[in-house]
Design a protein around this ligand. Structure first.
Ligand code: SAH
Length: 216
């Protein structure tokens, strides 16, 4: 793995990606800066690294994908809207979304069901010097009860319905950012006030499904 990576070419293409995100309506300066500072190519296998700064989802093995940068930026904005200190992420995957969140919040807890993906992500966090991320190999539909409540929960795989366990692990005022649905999915924000939950639909999205159980 090479943090310096692809050098000047990478620097230019990275800036082009940031401009594209701005044009797509991403306005939060902190989010744009974190994305500009994050080497997306280290989250991919070498054979795909040259496509790292395209605004597309890319395969990471095990039938999973690293999300499209626009969607990462959008979900990060939504997750950080109430300035959460403690965030839970379901679906670590490559760790790219995790690493962006970790640059912008105090503590990030992230759950992944596929062990080899989790291990690769862990190495990337070490390489980036990120020390505020805790990882767990488990079925994220159960959340992370011992570390709850969370000010924000972000889910990067789509369940058919919002998992109740995740709602119950939100702090008062906390928010759940989650794609929901099967063939057609909507990105939603559920906000907790006491024991009431309000729902906002953001836009249509396409995520891999949230799957039960774990893979070693
Ligand atoms: N945020 C990731 C996206 C990875 S794709 C990235 O940017 O790379 C979604 C991830 O969710 C996959 O790694 C998949 O294994 C994981 N996943 C799916 N169902 C899960 C579950 N029930 N618990 C934990 N992780 C799950």
């Amino acid at each position: 793995m090479n943090l310096q990576g692809i050098g000047m070419t990478s620097q230019r293409t990275r800036l082009r990606l940031i401009n594209r995100l701005k044009e797509s309506g991403i306005r939060t300066q902190d989010v744009l800066e974190a994305m500009a500072n994050t080497p997306r190519h280290i989250f991919l296998d070498e054979a795909l690294a040259h496509r790292a700064y395209e605004d597309t989802a890319l395969p990471i093995g095990y039938n999973q994908t690293l999300s499209q940068p626009y969607i990462v930026a959008k979900m990060t904005e939504l997750t950080l809207e109430n300035d959460p200190q403690r965030i839970l992420e379901i679906g670590t995957g490559s760790g790219y979304q995790t690493s962006i969140l970790a640059q912008l919040a105090k503590e990030v807890y992230s759950v992944e069901r596929i062990k080899p993906l989790q291990e690769k992500a862990r190495q990337r966090f070490v390489a980036m010097g990120l020390r505020n991320i805790r990882l767990r190999h488990a079925d994220g539909g159960m959340g992370w009860p011992e570390a709850a409540p969370f000010h924000a929960i972000i889910v990067t795989a789509a369940p058919e319905d919002v998992p109740r366990e995740l709602l119950s692990q939100l702090a008062d005022g906390g928010r759940l950012v989650i794609p929901v649905g099967g063939q057609s999915q909507q990105l939603m924000v559920m906000t907790r006030t006491g024991n009431e939950f309000s729902k906002r639909i953001v836009e249509a999205v396409r995520f891999v499904p949230l799957v039960e159980g774990t893979v070693l």
